[in-house]
Design a protein around this ligand. Structure first.
Ligand SMILES: [Zn+2]
Length: 343
């Protein structure tokens, strides 16, 4: 889970409308008691929450809307232990219940320790049960003057209309690939090895792209996954099983299936267009072009279906290793022409 920490609006990429809105609210003293911030990845919504929380506890605010980064308030925010910034950690991982919100509401009655505000961050707010949402709503009917509630979520579809109407809803925009590339280059010191694949995987989330590159060795893993896929026809079953086991044990099944799907998608696009353009695996055009020429549309269609089925089974919490093995062994047979359309 993304942690609370220090943040600055000027460090946030691609969300100009949201940062302008919040800066203006801070400068004019028109901050709302509740914001519902939605975005693809919690790291991005948390980045906005951190910037807002940091400036609210800063003791030497710059230009009215940026934290100084040096005062005790900022230092405590950066360490994640400012007494006036609270992050809700629910008792259960699957849902956030009414008891969690009652504990938060009780905490909310305490006046600020150091700052002029108390900031309550609720990550994964889509997990709030309807009863919990009603409890939040109750709090928002008469909030203490110093209280600021930041609800973070992926999308707003599961919320009660009454709760939505009490919050200022801020929806993050997908960050353009070019912006993500710049951020990666600045953070990692180099451009990603598979830029288009990374951008497709990050789906406009700067935070997810950064995490994949700096924490999850995306380049190294994508290289190994593509090496396996491009050599799949010749791989023996033992090698495939070992790869699947490693991938599953390292929690990369979802990432692998994404890469596998992109690989098949590129073969299909190349087969249809034959132009080498609009591909995700831009560094592997030669292989994609040759292989697309060897496989029929019927085979590619079945391979695509195999990928979709595997992704669906994974979402339904099937065994990652077994799902990957079944998908890869099926693909290998398809690519070797050993399965025939029986329909
Ligand atoms: Zn400060």
């Amino acid at each position: 889970m993304a942690q609370a920490g220090f943040g600055k609006f000027s460090d946030i990429s691609g969300q100009d409308a949201i940062t302008a809105h919040l800066r203006n609210a801070l400068s004019t003293g028109t901050l709302s008691h509740a914001y519902l911030i939605s975005g693809e990845d919690v790291s991005d919504t948390m980045e906005i929450a951190n910037a807002l929380a940091s400036v609210l506890v800063c003791e030497d605010r710059q230009e009215g809307y940026e934290p100084c980064g040096k005062c005790t308030g900022c230092v405590q925010a950066a360490a994640g232990d400012h007494p006036d910034i609270r992050v809700l950690v629910p008792q259960k991982t699957t849902s956030t219940g009414v008891d969690d919100i009652r504990a938060l509401t009780a905490d909310l009655q305490l006046v600020p320790y150091r700052a002029s505000f108390r900031i309550f961050i609720i990550p994964d707010a889509e997990k709030l049960t309807p009863q919990a949402q009603n409890a939040v709503l109750k709090t928002l009917e008469e909030p203490p003057e110093y209280a600021v509630l930041l609800l973070l979520c992926r999308n707003t579809t599961g919320f009660l209309p009454t709760l939505l109407s009490r919050c200022v809803c801020l929806q993050l925009k997908p960050v353009p690939d070019e912006e993500i590339g710049k951020k990666i280059a600045a953070a990692a010191g180099a451009m990603p090895a598979y830029p288009e694949l990374l951008y497709a995987c990050a789906a406009g989330s700067c935070g997810k792209a950064l995490r994949l590159i700096t924490e999850e060795d995306f380049d190294g893993y994508a290289g190994a996954a593509l090496e396996l896929l491009m050599g799949l026809k010749e791989k023996d079953a033992g090698e495939i099983v070992r790869f699947c086991q490693d991938t599953a044990e390292n929690g990369r099944a979802e990432l692998f299936l994404f890469i596998m799907h992109a690989f098949i998608r590129d073969l299909l696009v190349q087969k249809a267009a034959g132009s080498g353009t609009n591909l995700i695996l831009t560094g592997n055009i030669q292989y994609i072009s040759k292989t697309a020429g060897e496989l029929s549309f019927a085979v590619l269609g079945r391979m695509e279906k195999t990928a979709v089925t595997a992704q669906r089974r994974l979402m339904q919490k099937g065994s990652p290793q077994l799902i990957l093995e079944a998908a890869l062994l099926t693909l290998r047979e398809e690519m070797n022409g050993e399965i025939y359309d029986r329909q």
